[in-house]
Ligand binder design. Structure first.
Ligand code: NDP
Length: 272
């Protein structure tokens, strides 16, 4: 049976094994997909052990996406732009790194949520690992503007300097800017994982479509808060999670699984 894994730390709540098993069942493949908890600095050894046990491909999550980037022999364009890897596999014993996070988000926004991104003014909260993956795929969709707001300005600025269409602010700086209003606000901070809300001026939320990259119970507080401040619609990151997994599955098995039934069954599990 072919062997796949998710490496990162911690992995207790990850849904990736469920998602990949559901895809495998839907296309009639048998596979093993395990979580391998791997602290920062130990990815090279963990991948070596995984490969020795017959591993074929792996997903990489926080905090290892940049470490994975540094270990690959080949990188796709998306991984190069993100400087981070969330999907890898061996080709002729060479390690190839890809990043499917951004395309996963785009597929969720444009296919599942049926949004047209062209000419949209987008605000991203946060400048961490997830943002590195989503910036360039968003920029490639004829959007009007993309503003990054982050607690640590330097991190937002270092992302923004990669493309003249990107702008960076602190939360206070954004209030004094002329950037608003926004059509779409994406919470890509890790605050939802801690049950906390971002220090965003709530008046920027009114009439915006709001999406939290977190999912399950963790996204609920932010979504309720955004709704109560006039968001036109609120979504969580479950669709992105399933879509980025589908693209990884395609890299490994050369077949793109249908995602809607998997998203639907995960939502039912969430509602229980
Ligand atoms: P990182 O740790 O790399 O980045 C965290 C970000 O949150 C940073 O910009 C940080 O700001 C900001 N932040 C943290 N604490 C605070 C605070 N108290 N006030 C203001 N800002 C704060 O996390 P990731 O980018 O890996 O993940 C971000 C989110 O995206 C998580 O919820 C994660 O679960 C989700 N995610 C979802 C995916 C999906 O498929 N749905 C895929 C990947 C991630 P600073 O720079 O100042 O520290």
């Amino acid at each position: 049976m072919t062997y796949f894994a998710l490496l990162g730390y911690p992995l207790t709540h990850s849904l990736s094994p469920l998602v990949h098993q559901a895809f495998a069942k839907s296309v009639g493949i048998s596979l093993r997909y395990e979580k391998i908890e791997t602290p920062l600095g130990q990815l090279k050894q963990a991948l070596h052990d995984f490969r020795a046990k017959g591993g074929i491909g792996a997903n990489i999550t926080a905090p290892l996406k940049q470490e994975a980037f540094g270990l690959c022999d080949y990188l796709t364009q998306n991984a190069l732009l993100a400087k981070a890897v969330n999907t890898l596999y061996w080709e002729n014993e060479k390690l190839k790194g890809d990043n499917t996070d951004g395309e996963g988000l785009i597929r969720d926004l444009t296919i599942n949520l049926a949004l047209n991104l062209s000419n949209k003014r987008i605000l991203i909260l946060g400048a961490g690992g997830a943002v590195r993956g989503i910036l360039f795929p968003l920029l490639s969709r004829s959007i009007q503007s993309l503003v990054i707001v982050n607690r640590t300005l330097l991190k937002a600025q270092s992302l923004a300097q990669q493309d003249p269409r990107l702008k960076a602010y602190t939360y206070e700086g954004l209030d004094q800017s002329q950037e608003h209003p926004f059509d779409i606000i994406i919470n890509a901070t890790s605050l939802s994982l801690e049950g906390m809300l971002p220090p965003l001026n709530t008046s920027w939320i009114k009439n915006a479509m709001v999406l939290d990259l977190a999912y399950d119970q963790q996204a609920k507080l932010f979504m309720q808060w955004a709704k109560s401040h006039g968001a036109s619609a609120t979504y969580d990151g479950l669709g992105m999670l399933v879509e980025q997994a589908a693209l990884a599955f395609e890299r490994w098995h050369h077949i793109l699984p249908i995602t809607a039934p998997v998203i639907h069954s995960l939502r039912q599990r969430e509602d229980r």
